[in-house]
Design a protein around this ligand. Structure first.
Ligand code: PHE
Ligand code: FE
Length: 246
């Protein structure tokens, strides 16, 4: 299963995935030959950005998840999908976690962003604002796009581990692509059962880090009194980003 998934994504992601992601994959020595040894990945990650991998049996409670991230530990699921689930899974498996998430942790700016996100998660729990912060994770860590000199690229883990969405998110005329705006993102609902109807585009991981540095507490208060946007909704203040043409 690992080999089949790996080889399929390698073909699709060439020229579509963010170079930082591809560098992370090769830097970790993640390859087609098998599920990598977690201890070996931790050794390489720890030396590069101070992150470690911990094995978990499935989704963990929110507070546990955030505490792991805040301590630079990434929880990785310890099971792999069956051949009947090649194209679609409801819950993360080891391919999604290792192939999708771990390479980005080799990027120093992204490594800092995800730790800050973990701390922000603990705070969001305290002020009852988790749904807003969860949208930020969804639209960046899982389904983020990035503008680069070479063109629009994918860095979101939920996309790079999906065959269909890796093409759809860049090339389909269907979804909206909008420049990243923190408040806008946290006010936008998302779908978990189909390809996204909207993608947000960052200019660099450093910009994302800067945009998310301020205290979110006042934003949460404003969001609580504002109406959420539907997944496919586009508003006049949105800065549209053109899709990738062949
Ligand atoms: N600045 C955010 C807060 O005050 C924390 C955070 C940083 C959240 C980065 C997400 C990403 O809550
Ligand atoms: Fe994920």
């Amino acid at each position: 299963m690992w080999r089949a998934l790996f080889e399929r994504q390698a073909r699709i992601l060439h020229g579509r995935a963010f170079q930082g992601f591809l560098d992370g994959l090769s830097g970790l020595g993640v390859a087609a030959d098998g599920i990598p040894e977690f201890d070996r990945l931790t050794d390489i990650l720890d030396a590069a950005t101070g992150w470690r991998i911990v094995a978990v049996p499935g989704l963990v409670p929110d507070d546990v998840f955030f505490r792991h991230l805040a301590a630079r530990r990434f929880p990785v699921t310890n099971w792999i999908r069956t051949r009947h689930q090649m194209d679609y899974l409801q819950e993360p498996d080891v391919f999604h976690d290792i192939y999708g998430h771990v390479p980005m942790l080799m990027d120093p700016a992204f490594a800092d962003y995800l730790q800050a996100y973990g701390r922000g998660g603990l705070k969001a729990l305290r002020v009852d604002a988790l749904p807003y912060l969860a949208r930020l994770y969804w639209y960046t860590v899982e389904f983020g796009l990035i503008q680069t000199p070479a063109g629009l690229r994918i860095f979101g883990s939920g996309i790079v581990s999906s065959k269909g969405e890796s093409v759809y998110c860049l090339e389909s005329p269907e979804p909206a692509r909008v420049a990243f705006d923190l408040y806008r993102v946290m006010g936008t609902k998302y779908r978990i059962d189909d390809y996204q109807k909207i993608y947000f585009v960052i200019d660099s991981v450093e910009d994302l880090m800067e945009a998310t540095r301020p205290d979110f507490a006042p934003l949460y208060e404003r969001l609580k009194t504002d109406t959420d946007l539907e997944p496919g909704e586009v508003v006049p203040t949105d800065v549209r980003v053109p899709r990738r043409l062949h």
